[in-house]
Design a protein around this ligand. Structure first.
Ligand SMILES: [Zn+2]
Length: 243
């Protein structure tokens, strides 16, 4: 502890906002703009989204709730950032690990900075017992990866992760699908999850509109790669390898 040798003649509380470093390097952002950091207090009410996932690993569904905080509301710097995550299930088998994971993720959210790296880390976890395919042909290497997938959808939904493919690529995919006489993909079906209605359906029943013989795309982990025009082309993300 610091010893006070002089008489206290006044004091002021250091504002957490001023003490922290902004998360972006943009120089023109005014100093009163709040960025996510560990001293941002939790408001009484947070916006929440609950995602339901059903895996072949368990008879019981898993409910993932991500609560967001809205910073700088009503200003041009308004941003919605995840604040905490909870996972619920009737299946308590992995309870302590799931609880530990949610606490660590929540802590990372509240630290601020770019939390999108969590998605890649989690999606790279492979279950030694082998993964599974979801409806629609998407391969999940593990339950952790699936939780990462939900987090990615959520981050896309709140605008933290920009959604690919771009306009040009989307048009290309639609054209190719039309040529093959396949269903049109729903506009905005990707990651479009309602914020208020809980529990909301997730990617699970998204596009099962790929040809039955399609192979697995290594980029988007969807069984949507077909051979056409001398190229292996993914009808989901547009990834294409020729020759
Ligand atoms: Zn793909």
């Amino acid at each position: 502890m610091k010893e006070i040798k002089q008489k206290i003649i006044g004091y002021e509380v250091v504002k957490a906002i001023e003490a922290s470093q902004p998360e972006s390097a943009a120089g023109s952002v005014p100093s009163n703009v709040v960025h996510m950091h560990e001293n941002v207090e939790r408001p009484e009410i947070l916006l929440g989204s609950t995602y339901k996932i059903k895996t072949p690993l368990s008879d019981h569904a898993l409910y993932i709730t991500i609560n967001d905080i809205v910073l700088n509301e009503g200003t041009e710097y308004e941003q919605r950032r995840p604040f905490e995550i909870f996972i619920n299930s009737k299946n308590m088998e992995n309870f302590q690990w799931v609880l530990a994971l949610t606490r660590v993720i929540s802590a990372v959210f509240r630290k601020g900075g770019d939390a999108t790296f969590l998605v890649e880390e989690m999606k790279a976890v492979f279950d030694p017992k082998g993964g599974y395919f979801k409806k629609g042909g998407k391969f999940m290497p593990s339950l952790v990866a699936e939780i990462g997938d939900v987090l990615e959808n959520h981050m896309k939904f709140i605008g933290m992760i920009k959604t690919a493919p771009d306009e040009h690529q989307r048009a290309f995919i639609e054209k190719k699908k039309q040529e093959l006489g396949l269903k049109k993909s729903e506009p905005g079906s990707e990651g479009a999850v309602s914020a208020q209605s809980a529990p909301a359906p997730v990617a699970e029943d998204a596009s099962s509109s790929f040809p039955p013989g399609a192979s697995l795309c290594l980029k988007c982990h969807t069984k949507a790669v077909i051979y056409m025009d001398n190229c292996m082309t993914c009808l989901n993300c547009g990834d294409s390898k020729c020759g």
